[in-house]
Design a protein around this ligand. Sequence first.
Ligand SMILES: *Cc1c(COP(=O)(O)O)cnc(C)c1O
Length: 350
Amino acid sequence: MNQLRHNIATMQGYVPGFQPDDIASWIKLNTNENPYPPSPRVKEAIIAELGSEGDLLRTYPSASSQKLRETAAHLYGFDPSWIIMANGSDEVLNNLIRACAGEGEEIGYVHPSYSYYSTLAEIQGARVRTFGLGDDFRIKDFPERYEGKLFFLTTPNSPLGRAFPLSYVEELAQRCTGLLVVDEAYADFCKWNALELVKKYDNVVVTRTLSKSYALAGMRLGLAVARPEIIAALDKIRDHYNLDRLAQVACVAALQDQDYFRESCRKIVETREWFSKELLQIGYDVISSQGNFVFASSPDKNGKRVYDGLYSRKILVRLLSDPLLAHGLRISIGTREEMEKTLSAIKEIG
Ligand SMILES: *Cc1c(COP(=O)(O)O)cnc(C)c1O
């Protein structure tokens, strides 16, 4: 196919976590979805938006998602001009690369973290540079002055679960000449976040998703917080109707029901702490997590063996193909009952 651009023809493409067809018959702990449903107000808002005949679906949604920007801005303490809404945070990550990194220009990120940054860079024809993590959980060999167009920092990190201290994120902001994109997909499960750095440094962007903490992975909702010049650039690039009507009303309803949201996060964090402690007691190695998942490894450091044992009991977790991570598994935190079953299964497997 010589009609294709060379980088597209030769790239691998991202492989998302497995979504089985018979989802209900599994304990599904492989893609960090929320085990609890979204706020009941989400369903009410969607039904109201559909109307009795679904007649509003004839008409285009708000192109700017203005109501959502205002709701998010109020929640996070910013002016709406500092917020953009996205069709999943993946969309805004993509548009940040398109906005800042031309062909042959460099983007960087920490490995292991979210490998999708690399896929997005390949599509753009940008160069990718990855940095490892030291035992002190600092980035190895990070230059005093990093001149890549973008640097992506996943914090709390996935799949490891640890969050970088805010002082360290700030240090990185000072050392990057391009944008520092702080991917806070899991920040709602963590005690701190980098929003204040967006106000303090003109190169800091924070991205969030409603997929995990708000239990709306199926609606595709994300956002970015950045200074207005960056938001304006991202607005030029996105699809003009990037969020459909149902996603828009769902988003507002979910963000407005903070009591429900906080309670659901609280339960997940509580279960995470309980599950981590139990695993440690049976001799597993568990990285202290600030996300809605834990990265854990068996005493024999054989991720595949435990994965297979769980799989045969219809429990799905994430085994990462990277050799750096093959000793362990990333296990999303489900309900307390699901995690009790998972723990019993792990005890049987050994
Ligand atoms: C889940 C995840 C995303 C993607 O979120 P969506 O809003 O579902 O696109 C982005 N970054 C990280 C680190 C994630 O884990």
